[in-house]
Write a protein that binds this ligand. Structure first.
Ligand SMILES: CC(C)(COP(=O)(O)OP(=O)(O)OC[C@H]1O[C@@H](n2cnc3c(N)ncnc32)[C@H](O)[C@@H]1OP(=O)(O)O)[C@@H](O)C(=O)NCCC(=O)NCCS
Length: 244
């Protein structure tokens, strides 16, 4: 079984070239559990308690869903730690000639590394990936606070996002505990409270796809089923966006 979630060939050399020296953009690897992946994710939302075994099982489940889950990370090589991550989930459709839609999810830059254009580079990479795998649109959902960030990446508001909490326990802020490697020291612990979900588009849309622009205050969890893996997102004030 591959140690990388998807092929390295789907990483854009042009985007990599725009990163500062010492930072590598690459697919998520099974060893990233011990490289601060969860510490980074905790800057976005509740991550819960995740054992190394749970991480491995989830990684392998995603790997089996070939060409669906594309979790990208930026690693600070000197420190061997993940400083940013973002995901493109490819949804196969029956409509649009059995086309594919790309869902951008879980964009987060470690709070110590923000303002260095890592966020923009992640979006650039996911757009490259969406084009490479044949998505006709990219979609994401974000809070109003982050709307200017996505507008800078070429997204615009579209439609109304709705959600419903299905598991109340998932909403509670929790302390995450990452198991240390057998040779390492103390576990990493982090807390956080917020969450998002996303949507975008790369080529032309029909008029019905580019009309409504509104936001909704949502206090719920939306669930999307793909392969055997549920995708959950917690929301505050949320709007749906797509690429202009
Ligand atoms: C949002 C986030 C990913 C941005 O990452 P970042 O690496 O700090 O952003 P960048 O350095 O790439 O910023 C690119 C541009 O967007 C702007 N920008 C970034 N976040 C912004 C925000 N929340 N509001 C307004 N502008 C913002 C930057 O000022 C910069 O503008 P410039 O090109 O004019 O200089 C990061 O702040 C983060 O991880 N936040 C917490 C998690 C989160 O909310 N994720 C989004 C989920 S939808």
């Amino acid at each position: 079984m591959s140690h990388q979630l998807f092929s390295q060939s789907l990483i854009s050399p042009a985007v990599q070239a725009q990163l500062p020296e010492g930072y590598l953009m690459r697919p998520l690897e099974i060893t990233d559990y011990h490289k601060g992946f969860y510490d980074c994710l905790a800057g976005l939302t509740v991550v819960g308690k995740v054992s190394q075994e749970s991480f491995r099982q989830t990684f392998e489940s995603m790997l089996r869903c070939q060409n669906v889950y594309h979790v990208v990370v930026i690693e600070e090589l000197k420190a061997s730690r993940i400083v940013a991550t973002g995901t493109l989930i490819v949804e196969q459709k029956f409509l649009r000639g059995c086309g594919k839609a790309g869902h951008i999810e879980d964009i987060v830059v470690h709070d110590s590394q923000r303002g260095k254009k890592f966020g923009i580079r992640l979006i650039d990479q996911l757009r490259y990936l969406g084009n490479a795998v044949g998505c006709y649109k990219l979609l994401l959902t974000c809070s109003e606070t982050n709307e200017p960030f996505y507008e800078k990446s070429g997204f615009e508001r579209k439609d109304l996002h709705m959600a419903q909490y299905l598991n109340q326990q998932q909403q509670q802020p929790q302390t995450i505990t990452v198991e240390p490697p057998t040779t390492a020291a103390a576990p990493t612990t982090t807390t956080t409270t917020m969450a998002t979900e996303t949507n975008t588009n790369t080529t032309k849309q029909t008029p019905s796809e580019i009309t409504a622009t509104t936001t909704a205050t949502v206090d719920s969890v939306s669930m999307i089923k793909s392969c055997d893996l549920p995708i959950k997102a917690l929301g505050a004030s949320i709007g749906s966006m797509l690429v202009k």
